[in-house]
Design a protein around this ligand. Structure first.
Ligand SMILES: *Cc1c(COP(=O)(O)O)cnc(C)c1O
Length: 396
């Protein structure tokens, strides 16, 4: 017998989501997540992955992953602090620190648990965190978990940040105060104004934490948004993922040796969850080596991003204010957004709809993620399909 209360709860809420067009159906890929994907036997141009540089299925990374698996095994066998630290993990962390130009770095099993662990390792209930209102869910959860007072700051509003920083500091109620922001905002593609953030942080002695999940590999010739602005010495936490442009899985914080030493004794996912697999660590190292040696993939990513944006803009779509390859097509109504995405799929283009609660109500969008792996022919086909479906559904 299963719980009657639980079953009633699930039935009611699932029905409600489906009726409101807010229920997300999961599509299963029958092969790698490349510029083309196969779902239910149908081959589609893929405009929805975070695989910015095409590394997720890159032969060079796969070879390194296989070699490391042969040498170190499929699993690390323990958490990092027992005996799950293998030389490949140390090598990865040294590589990240070098790439980010910081004293040290610590790797986690995912970006999500990195935020859960790193924020709460440093902040506690005597502290306050100023947080951009559009920050990623993992930041929101990490802040909550820390027990610190969370103060939402209007999106990219430096006057609001300054006013709230001043008020928070002058209240004398808090021990430490942090400002936390995405480096690149994943739903809109805008870039955090780090130069002004650093000025405000210096004025009020704020701890700065930049989640560069969508900036790493994309901004700063690959090294991220902090590097893009040349602020490596001014940002306390350079957090990022190994799951997006790097193409594998994992998360990290790069910073001072003291910060990393502390995270390695206090960040709970580091202490209580088994390390990254050796194969994943080796593939990440290879990705960073490739990015350090050449900007070929990075340059192609940006070229493709510009090409797609220009094309959609000319067709009359609202593509928002993205400053990066992330290209949202803002449609508004949730049901229409989902229908739009469904029609694109039927026509051979996989571009996922993103609706409330991932983005605010009535800002439903189809989000396009061009990558270095896309060809011009694929992007032209995407544009032709958008034109057809846009006309059909009276969006343009
Ligand atoms: C994707 C993302 C994460 C989570 O990273 P994973 O490695 O996928 O767990 C964290 N923060 C931001 C801003 C993200 O976009």
């Amino acid at each position: 017998m299963t719980s009657h209360k639980l079953n009633t709860f699930l039935e009611k809420n699932l029905t409600e989501l489906k009726e409101n067009g807010l229920y997300n159906e999961i599509d299963t890929l029958e092969g790698p997540n490349g510029s083309e994907i196969t779902i239910n036997g149908q081959t589609l141009i893929n405009m929805s992955s975070n695989n910015y540089l095409g590394f997720a299925n890159d032969t060079r990374l796969k070879e390194k992953a296989n070699a490391a698996t042969d040498k170190f095994g499929v699993g690390a066998g323990a958490v990092r602090t027992i005996n799950g630290t293998q030389s490949i993990h140390d090598e990865l962390e040294a590589k990240i620190a070098d790439f980010k130009q910081t004293e040290a770095a610590v790797a986690f099993q995912s970006g999500f648990n990195c935020n859960m662990g790193a924020i709460s390792a440093v902040m506690n209930k005597k502290d306050a965190i100023l947080s951009d209102e559009l920050n990623h869910a993992s930041i929101i959860d990490g802040c909550r978990l820390s027990g610190a007072k969370v103060i939402r700051v209007k999106h990219q509003d430096m006057d609001d940040l300054r006013a709230k920083a001043k008020e928070t500091i002058e209240s004398g109620q808090y021990d430490k105060v942090m400002y936390i922001t995405d480096g690149v905002f994943s739903m809109d593609g805008d870039v955090a104004n780090l130069p002004d953030i650093v000025k405000i942080a210096e004025e009020f002695d704020l701890i700065t934490y930049v989640d560069d999940a969508h900036g790493s590999g994309v901004m700063g010739k690959g090294a991220g948004t902090v590097k893009h602005y040349g602020l490596q010495d001014k940002i306390d936490f350079q957090m990022g993922t190994l799951s997006k442009a790097v193409g594998v899985v994992g998360g990290y914080v790069a910073g001072t040796q003291n910060l990393i030493d502390w995270l390695k004794v206090r960040a709970r996912p580091f202490l209580f969850s088994t390390s990254l697999t050796p194969g994943a660590a080796a593939a990440c190292i290879e990705a960073i080596d490739i990015m350090s040696a050449s900007t070929e993939e990075h340059d192609r990513l940006w070229e493709n991003g510009h090409y797609l944006k220009e094309g959609l803009n000319k067709l009359g779509f609202n593509i928002g204010n993205s400053e990066t390859p992330i290209t949202p097509c803002i449609i508004g109504d949730e049901k229409l957004t989902q229908l739009f995405s469904k029609r694109l799929t039927e026509e051979g283009v996989y571009a996922k709809s993103i609706v409330f609660p991932t983005v605010p109500k009535s800002t439903g969008r189809v989000r396009n993620m061009p990558s270095a792996a896309h060809t011009k022919e694929q992007l032209d086909q995407v544009l032709a399909t958008y034109k057809k479906v846009g006309n059909e559904l009276n969006v343009i």
